[in-house]
Design a protein around this ligand. Sequence first.
Ligand code: HEC
Length: 176
Amino acid sequence: MITRARYLSIRSGQSEKPKGEGYSLCVVATAISLIVGCTHAVEDQSQDPSPIEALATRDVPRNPLVDSRARGRQVYHHYCAVCHGAEGRGDGFNSSNLAVTPRDFTNPTFWDQTNDEHVLRAVGNGGAAIGKSVLMPAWGRTLTDVQIRDVIAFLHALAAPVESKSPDTDSPPASK
Ligand code: HEC
């Protein structure tokens, strides 16, 4: 009787004994692998590669960073330039309405003193989240994670020309 009761409880998956659970899991795992195996066999008959294989063999961009900056430029001009300015100097047309001047991204000192994690938090959660002005909005609900990373890659690019031309942070780039 006891043996049969245990057998039934194992069959119905209600056994509290680890051995029983292990057995049930094993059966389920075997069943899944059989089903997956069969599905796969069916797929193999069609000529199309599986989505995973398609991803693995697809041509990927040669320079992901340049791509990211190019996308970031669009995000920036759409959402950020009104305050931070077309060239990132903190002089967008809306800046004169703000009690706090938007960050000048062309200033290398800012980049020397900050890091990507901080900037990520500033952009995603807004100025208040990093102890700065609430006039810097939070973008985490408007932009995707990828868009936020892209726009940050572009912010770095805004600083680069100034850095390469002169260490004097106050003088505008000569060619502009
Ligand atoms: C409504 C105006 C406004 C818009 C739009 C805006 N910002 Fe800002 N942003 C500010 C202001 C103001 C500050 C300065 C906050 C301070 O210094 O207290 C700031 C500061 C920042 C900072 C610097 C934080 C720090 O550590 O000093 C980053 C980075 C930033 N903004 C990124 C962005 C990005 C990226 C966008 C677009 C997705 C954007 N901002 C759009 C107003 C704006």
